[in-house]
Design a protein around this ligand. Structure first.
Ligand SMILES: C[S@@+](CC[C@H](N)C(=O)[O-])C[C@H]1O[C@@H](n2cnc3c(N)ncnc32)[C@H](O)[C@@H]1O
Length: 205
């Protein structure tokens, strides 16, 4: 693992025990709800959650999907996710090591989701991540994250250190270049949004 990822993974592992008890801001919670709603898996769908953390999105989607795969670089966050799955007797999820540009999963994927994680990548790596996601041929990719709808006021940053947000326009361009059609743009805040990207040519099951 690259040094940069190792440091970030360690930082999240140290936070993992208390992560779910932390007071997340309203934008984070609204974003998570929209990602879950837009993912909308069918009972025979396989869902891949990138930057799954403690499994907030993966575990919520497991109820309606056939199988959910959560990937993250932080072993501490993954351990917490596995413990939550065990506590809830949710047995159609698997959590394991994987990075956006190398998810370590080569099975079939119908829906890819990611909530509040891709902002850890610099812009060039976001583009590469979107290309990797497209190469998995999901019919839908739902991305909730920090993203700029306009020009953010530098006096009023919503997020601090570690958030490398990009513009909605740039993400839409990258998704389109990778072969997706952006079918919904949800503005949660002028610095937070959810994008729904679909591969309309994927045959229906
Ligand atoms: C703010 S948490 C969000 C977790 C979860 N998606 C949620 O909504 O609660 C960000 C997560 O992204 C993970 N992460 C950061 N960079 C990553 C990368 N390059 N590949 C995969 N996961 C990454 C972190 O380890 C952390 O668990």
């Amino acid at each position: 693992m690259k040094k940069k990822h190792k440091e970030l993974a360690n930082r999240f592992s140290q936070m993992a025990t208390d992560y779910d008890d932390k007071q997340h801001n309203d934008e984070y919670n609204a974003c998570a709800s929209l990602v879950i709603d837009h993912a909308d898996p069918r009972p025979d769908d396989v869902v891949l959650d990138l930057g799954t953390g403690t499994g907030l999105i993966a575990l919520a989607l497991a109820e309606n999907a056939e199988h959910v795969v959560g990937r993250d670089i932080s072993e501490g966050m993954l351990e917490k996710a596995r413990a939550k799955a065990d506590d809830g007797s949710i047995d159609n999820v698997e959590f394991g090591d994987g990075e956006f540009r190398d998810p370590q999963y080569d099975g079939e994927v119908d829906i890819v989701v990611s909530n509040f994680a891709m902002h850890h990548l610099p812009d060039e790596e976001k583009r590469e991540a979107i290309e990797v996601i497209a190469s998995l041929s999901p019919r839908r990719f739902v991305l909730g994250d920090a993203m700029f709808f306009g020009s953010p006021n530098p006096e009023e940053p919503l997020f601090g250190h570690g958030v490398d947000a990009t513009t909605v326009g740039m993400l839409v361009d990258e998704l389109t270049d990778a072969g997706f059609v952006v079918t919904a743009v949800e503005r949660v805040h002028d610095q937070v949004g959810v994008l729904v990207a679909e591969r309309l040519e994927i045959p229906q099951k």
